[in-house]
Write a protein that binds this ligand. Structure first.
Ligand SMILES: *[C@@H]1O[C@H](CO)[C@@H](O)[C@H](O)[C@H]1NC(C)=O
Ligand SMILES: *[C@@H]1O[C@H](CO)[C@@H](O)[C@H](O)[C@H]1NC(C)=O
Ligand SMILES: *[C@@H]1O[C@H](CO)[C@@H](O)[C@H](O)[C@H]1NC(C)=O
Ligand SMILES: *[C@@H]1O[C@H](CO)[C@@H](O)[C@H](O)[C@H]1NC(C)=O
Ligand SMILES: *[C@@H]1O[C@H](CO)[C@@H](O)[C@H](O)[C@H]1NC(C)=O
Length: 950
């Protein structure tokens, strides 16, 4: 009787046999995913069982005691996920389990499965691990294939001799990364600092000594989960001539004899196993649906050469297409994201020989999606420094977006393509055009970059070094070089990738002595130069001549190089990019923001929704306080969040009161949204004055339910900030704030392209908080707003104006509206009224200063107007009518039905100011099987008014 494992092996054997014996025309690929069932076990039984272990075991010895055994694991896999699924540990992301399961990362684990392959007719048979996390000895049967020590590197093993039809055990013996990092720290003359994260992180030490996701030992927004496992596919690669591993492209515009063309310099990376071999054959190139200019000579290339000692050969080949034969690729908001398939095929010369039994094994094919666009990081001189902005297809782009951290703290879950897709759509839908893949995470999955290409999200790509010093000994540099080479080649062809930066905040950390490096500055400086300037930078440049490589973020761009790589002030607003955080000044006050040329990080913390905490229903308020305290890794604790609320709003005071957390959470999200809104809008408005051309707030996503800077909670719930971003980042926007001269400054912002200025009417209304009636209305008609720029609409002494009329600023706020006139030449141009394109508000004083007479409490009524659920996509969509008796401030709607199976619910508007009696809000949710009926009573409403009247 066949058990499942044997059946699996049988299928694989069958597949290999089919490949071997028949001409498989549909699938020439010589890569086969090994979908084996693995068994995972510990080798020491965990910390709590250590007394059972008679002696420490060497790496090669099999364990005497295994306490935990998990069967039937598929790849990608990690030990935390596996232990969770088999209910040996509770959910890592709930309660205190991050802390209580720390023994998992301190234990050694073994992955084992049986492998049988039969491939004697192939010249090369390789067992390829695309990602092993991190330290493992790999055995097939009794043979040690090799050891792994870098989770970002692909490891290949020659298994031809062992592919003989016999069944052998494939075994990965993992060593604890926590213990390995500790070992590596021993005996160093110069400590690699920081040695440990701050105590409040509940993290592990020395992560900078190992090439593993740096955030997996804990971060200020994330838990320690020092995982082990096989986090990417394992493949059997078998072929007889060569395998196309990667394709790279450099696409540029040229003019030849007056004809405009795109040239595509293609790099084809061929592999012949692990050693040098002679290659003779033909490469064929096609761009599907696009004619090549010089068809005959460009379509094929005859190759006669030899791979290097690692079995690699790079072939370069040029293609040209007429400029008007293709459409350009544009970032989100500027045009379409047209992509083309580039097909490359390797065919060995032996294919044509009559004696050849299996010609398909001599063929390798690969298709990538490419985009025709140019990207230039422009740093031209200005009166006070250098500009720093991206030009795409010659159009200056104001970069709007966020910072991306891994979609899960467990790297194997970054393969959850649905969640990645959800997050990237959420970015695209609020008008982002850039994400920064931050240096403490991962080189992401191919799926991530493909989605970014399709959605027009430019990628600022850090290499994976963050907030630390790093070693520069030769073994470390060697593995880093391999890591950079492999990942840059894999990612390089994606049109979305705009720039590389070799590290996150390591320059500023060294300059500003974050980790007490001053006494040994020159030694640390030497290490810095050795790693980034002499190793990472040239490796990226050698593999990607298409892009600019920055050394650090923040940095001073071109000036950093003149400043010998460590600038006097890497945060100089006149050069490069800056990261800006201020937890002490009132973040709602626009006057404090100076920005810089490109603000690649800024932001503020808030708490996830009350209903998102799995513990919320079972914990008492003080228990929840303790849990939130545990997950608040900032050494400043919750103080900045509370301070910012307290500056502006009534702060709930009794942490043991039942309603404390729901109320504080609401206020924290409102405060975060106000801070990021204010800051972002100032940066957009200062495009001409400060030369600011980028605003990437920290951070898009999260890895658990915890206080953090994210706009989207772990799991996909939007915080208020994310709902607001649709306006904050709108391509046509009207911004108003009180500037440093106490004037109301109103700015029209237009990112859209076009040939002519648009005509906008701008209306400014002054309202009293307690009444729907407008106090005063002012209109500025037919303001010329040219494409892709900003226009100052008005500087206004609003306080003087109110004083003249005996009005008190604390009782009033400003509402603003922009209307666009139909373009000249449009039909019935004079008959069509201007269309409203933007709305905004500006506060004239702190909300807590509103005086008693204007503190009104609206009754808010919610009505379900219509509800439809489509069984086709399991999406339910509900129209809600929100009625208020008097103006309502920051109406916060939350769906709180008991026992529902609804997921990823989103309100089209939330946290809004309502100065009209009725408005409509859409609610959409994923509703598997359309089983839920959403009713008005499932929706909880909060307003700031109810806090003000208390
Ligand atoms: C593993 O899977 C097979 C077949 O799917 C099943 O028969 C067996 O019980 C599983 N083992 C465990 C421990 O779940
Ligand atoms: C988890 O850790 C917390 C805090 O140390 C402790 O109070 C709790 O009892 C632990 N729970 C388990 C299941 O070990
Ligand atoms: C073979 O490849 C090497 C390395 O890429 C290159 O320098 C050499 O010119 C190539 N030889 C031929 C005959 O193309
Ligand atoms: C929700 O589930 C709990 C426990 O199963 C049950 O006691 C309660 O009545 C349910 N509530 C509703 C509204 O169905
Ligand atoms: C909708 O949900 C049901 C129930 O969970 C599920 O069986 C079905 O596959 C889902 N349909 C789609 C299109 O996702």
């Amino acid at each position: 009787m066949l058990d499942a494992l044997k059946f699996f092996l049988f299928v694989i054997l069958l597949l290999v046999t089919i490949m071997l014996n028949q001409h498989v025309t549909s699938k020439r690929s010589a890569e086969l995913d090994l979908e084996l069932l693995w068994r995972i076990q510990d080798t020491k039984g965990g910390k709590r069982c250590r007394q059972l272990v008679p002696h420490e075991m060497g790496n090669n010895e099999l364990p005497l005691v295994a306490v935990f055994v998990i069967q039937n694991q598929t790849v990608p896999s990690g030990v935390y996920s596996a232990l969770e699924q088999s209910m040996i540990i509770g959910s890592l992301l709930e309660d205190y389990n991050d802390y209580n399961t720390s023994w998992v990362g301190e234990t050694d684990w073994i992955y084992r499965t049986n492998l049988s392959c039969l491939a004697e007719d192939y010249r090369y048979v390789l067992l390829t691990f695309h990602g092993v996390d991190t330290f493992a000895s790999v055995y097939l049967g009794e043979k040690l294939l090799g050891v792994t020590d870098n989770m970002f590197v692909r490891y290949r093993y020659d298994v031809k001799q062992l592919c003989d039809g016999e069944t052998r055990e494939l075994r990965l013996q993992f060593r604890s990364p926590v213990i390995e990092a500790r070992e590596r720290a021993k005996g160093r003359a110069l400590p690699i600092v920081p040695i440990c994260p701050p105590d409040v992180y509940h993290g592990q030490c020395h992560v900078n000594l190992i090439r593993k996701m740096q955030a997996s030992f804990s971060w200020d927004w994330g838990l320690a989960a020092p995982s082990m496992g096989i986090w990417k596919p394992v493949r059997l690669e078998y072929y007889s001539s060569a395998l196309i591993r990667d394709l790279t492209v450099v696409i540029s515009e040229i003019e030849v004899n007056g004809s405009e063309q795109w040239t595509i310099a293609v790099g084809v990376y061929l592999e012949t196993g692990l050693a040098s071999a002679q290659l003779k054959g033909v490469l064929t190139f096609k761009i599907i649906g696009v004619p090549l200019v010089v068809h005959e000579s460009e379509q094929t290339l005859t190759v006669t050469n030899e791979t290097n000692e690692h079995g690699e050969l790079l072939i370069k080949h040029g293609l040209t297409v007429a400029r008007d034969a293709v459409e350009r690729w544009w970032p989100n908001g500027y045009g379409k994201q047209t992509l083309y398939s580039l097909y490359v095929r390797w065919e060995d010369a032996a294919v044509n020989s009559v004696k050849m039994a299996n010609p398909d094994t001599m063929i390798s094919e690969k298709v990538i999606r490419i985009g025709f666009r140019t990207v230039l990081l422009s740093q031209e001189r200005t009166t006070d420094g250098l500009m720093f902005y991206f030009k795409v297809n010659d159009v200056p782009i104001f970069a709007k977006g966020s910072n991306w951290i891994p979609s899960s703290v467990l790297p194997e879950r970054s393969y959850d393509a649905n969640y990645v897709k959800f997050l990237l759509y959420a970015a695209r839908d609020v008008h982002m055009n850039m994400l920064r893949v931050w240096g403490g995470g991962l080189y992401e999955s191919d799926h991530f970059y493909r989605m970014a290409d399709e959605l027009g999200l430019l990628i600022w790509h850090d290499l994976m070094f963050a907030c630390s010093m790093y070693p520069s000994d030769s073994d470390f540099l060697r593995t880093v070089q391999e890591e950079v080479r492999q990942n840059v080649r894999r990612i390089q062809h994606h049109p979305s990738v705009a720039v590389w930066a070799t590290n996150n905040e390591n320059e500023v950390a060294l300059r500003q002595n974050w980790y007490k490096t001053e006494a040994n500055y020159s030694a640390y400086y030497t290490q810095y130069v050795e790693l980034y300037v002499r190793t990472v930078l040239p490796t990226v440049e050698a593999n990607d001549p298409w892009r600019t490589v920055l050394l650090s973020s923040p940095s001073n761009g071109d000036l950093s190089l003149k400043e010998r790589y460590i600038a006097t002030n890497p945060q100089d607003p006149r050069y490069g990019d800056v990261h800006y955080y201020n937890y002490f000044l009132d973040g709602w006050n626009a006057a404090q923001y100076r920005g810089g040329r490109f603000v690649s990080e800024y932001g503020f913390q808030s708490f996830p929704a009350f209903t998102s905490w799995p513990e919320a229903r079972s914990y008492r308020p003080t228990e929840l306080s303790k849990l939130i305290e545990h997950r608040q890794h900032s050494p400043l604790r919750n103080v900045p969040i509370l301070d910012m609320i307290n500056f502006n709003l009534p702060l709930p005071s009794d942490p043991s009161a039942e309603g404390y957390w729901p109320e504080l959470i609401y206020l924290s999200q409102l405060s975060q949204a106000m801070i990021v809104k204010t800051e972002t809008e100032v940066y957009r408005a200062r495009r001409l004055e400060h030369g600011t051309m980028g605003a990437l707030y920290w951070q898009l996503n999260d890895v658990w339910i915890a206080p953090s800077w994210s706009s989207i909670e772990y799991g996909g719930t939007f915080k208020l900030l994310h709902v607001w971003l649709r306006d904050i980042f709108a391509p046509e926007h009207l911004v108003a704030f009180i500037n440093e001269r106490r004037q109301l400054e109103v700015v029209a912002v237009r990112d859209t392209l076009g040939t002519a200025p648009e005509l906008w009417d701008v209306e400014i209304r002054i309202h009293r908080y307690g009444s729907f009636r407008v106090v005063e209305r002012m209109r500025m008609d037919k303001i010329e707003v040219p494409p892709n720029t900003v226009v100052l609409v008005k500087h206004w002494d609003v306080y003087g104006h109110l004083a003249n009329q005996g009005l008190h600023p604390a009782d009033h706020l400003v509402l603003l509206y922009a209307y666009r006139h139909p373009q000249a030449g449009q039909q019935h141009q004079s008959l069509v009224p201007p269309q409203m394109i933007a709305q905004n508000f500006a506060l004239l004083d702190k909300l807590k200063n509103i005086r008693a007479a204007q503190r009104v409490q609206p009754t808010v009524a919610i009505n379900v107007v219509s509800a439809v659920c489509s069984e086709r996509n399991n999406l339910t969509s509900v129209s809600l009518e929100v009625s208020v008796s008097v103006p309502a401030l920051f109406v916060y709607l939350q769906l709180t039905p008991e026992n529902s199976t609804l997921k990823q619910c989103q309100f089209s508007r939330n946290g809004f100011i309502q100065f009209q009696p009725v408005r409509i809000v859409q609610l959409t949710c994923v509703d598997p099987g359309c089983r839920n009926k959403i009713q008005a009573r499932d929706i909880t409403v909060r307003t700031v008014n109810e806090l003000l009247v208390r």
